[in-house]
Design a protein around this ligand. Structure first.
Ligand code: SAH
Length: 359
């Protein structure tokens, strides 16, 4: 495997102290043994952590052992700064502060048949897509595996307290997951591994979304995971995509779609295409037809996202009429397409609106 260009290894300074969730099964056992405890304690501690239990609930560990293991392996990673709700409490955005003051956001969305948590993989984002609020502020730093997993564990704790559980995880919060590759893959494994080694969420219920970092997509294909890949396409032609998703100048539409479809071919998982509909920018009937031509006869689903407003942007969502026509053209060509139900606009928690502003 050729080494990945710099873009995949954003600043690591500022990462928090090592946490149980940063380690794989063998690493956790070693850490516990190094602390003078039997290896099986790693499983006990993991089972509690991934279920969302707090140290005082870990009653099968004596006080002293608990203090030692939790003190070393469960350092506090994220603390809640603020929680805001909408949809009668069914959409909850949480602003978190890391050990170094870094701010990130996650969004919990309860639906009748599932509960999804949308998590961040980086503080900020370096991909600079002009229609996305996260992209405007640039990248602060990568999140650690533990910090990524902690967002899921916290959501799981909240849901368990009301008799529910998190069923789906989407890497669609702040950051470009594939630009923080190793930590994100570590997090995916902790999220999908069954208890006691992980949270136990089904692989098929996890979505990793990317702007299209081709070498990392190819690497993901080799991981043997069954997670769903989402590609933020937003335009079917390079001329426009170069401006909407700047990394397109490096890996153009043809290449990025090729890599995404190779992932689909090797996993059998349907590819999600994300396409934010922007009035008079990418919503023309001819672009719908061009998109349909690219995707025809492929195992894909197009998620059209009505553009969410972001501060300082001069762009608007497409009018409903243009949106309906766009969907119609895709469907006529036999391409699956739906308009994504927008959640959390009122609390700046919808797609592209996460900026982790404290005020
Ligand atoms: N960096 C990854 C993960 C973020 S997912 C990626 O881009 O795929 C967030 C999704 O919301 C992406 O598809 C992104 O393009 C989209 N998005 C960003 N800004 C948006 C906005 N203002 N309105 C609607 N969707 C937006």
């Amino acid at each position: 495997m050729t080494s990945l260009p710099l873009v995949f290894d954003a600043p690591t300074r500022g990462l928090p102290p090592r946490h149980l969730a940063d380690l794989d099964v063998a690493g956790r056992r070693e850490a516990v043994v190094a602390l003078g405890e039997k290896a099986f304690r790693a499983e006990q501690l993991s089972r509690h952590y991934f279920a969302g239990h707090l140290p005082e609930q870990m009653t099968d560990l004596t006080g002293a052992v608990r203090e030692k293991l939790a003190g070393d392996l469960l350092p506090p990673l994220l603390t809640v700064v603020r929680e805001v709700q909408t949809d009668a409490g069914d959409t909850v955005k949480t602003l978190w502060r890391g050990h170094d003051g870094t701010l990130v956001e996650s969004v919990l969305m309860r639906y009748p048949e599932r509960t999804t948590v949308c998590i961040s993989s980086q503080a900020g984002c370096g991909m600079a897509c002009p229609f996305c609020a996260t992209g405007q502020a640039g990248l602060t730093r990568n999140l650690s595996t533990g910090e990524i997993v902690e967002q899921v564990v916290a959501a799981q704790r909240t849901e368990a307290a009301r008799g529910g559980r998190v069923s789906n995880v989407v890497f669609m919060g702040m950051g470009e997951p594939l630009a923080n590759y190793n930590r994100v893959i570590g997090a995916v494994r902790r999220i999908v591994d069954p208890a006691p080694h992980g949270v136990g969420i089904g692989q098929r219920s996890v979505v990793v979304s990317t702007v299209g970092l081709v070498p990392a997509m190819r690497r993901l294909t080799q991981e043997g995971l069954q997670v769903t890949l989402a590609l933020s396409l937003h335009a079917p032609d390079d001329e426009l995509r170069d401006t909407l998703v700047p990394v397109n100048t490096r890996w153009p539409v043809r290449e990025v779609l090729g890599a995404a479809l190779d992932y689909t071919a090797s996993t059998g998982r349907r590819l999600s295409i994300e396409y934010a509909l922007i009035r008079d920018v990418n919503d023309q009937p001819w672009r719908a037809d061009l998109l349909a031509r690219l995707l025809k006869h492929k195992l894909v689903h197009v998620n059209l996202i009505p553009l969410n407003p972001t501060p300082g942007s001069e762009w608007d969502a497409s009018p409903k009429k243009a949106e309906r026509e766009f969907v119609r053209r895709l469907r006529v060509a036999g391409v699956n397409a739906t308009v994504r139900e927008t959640r959390g606009r009122e609390i700046a928690g919808a797609c592209g609106q996460l900026s982790a502003a404290e005020a």
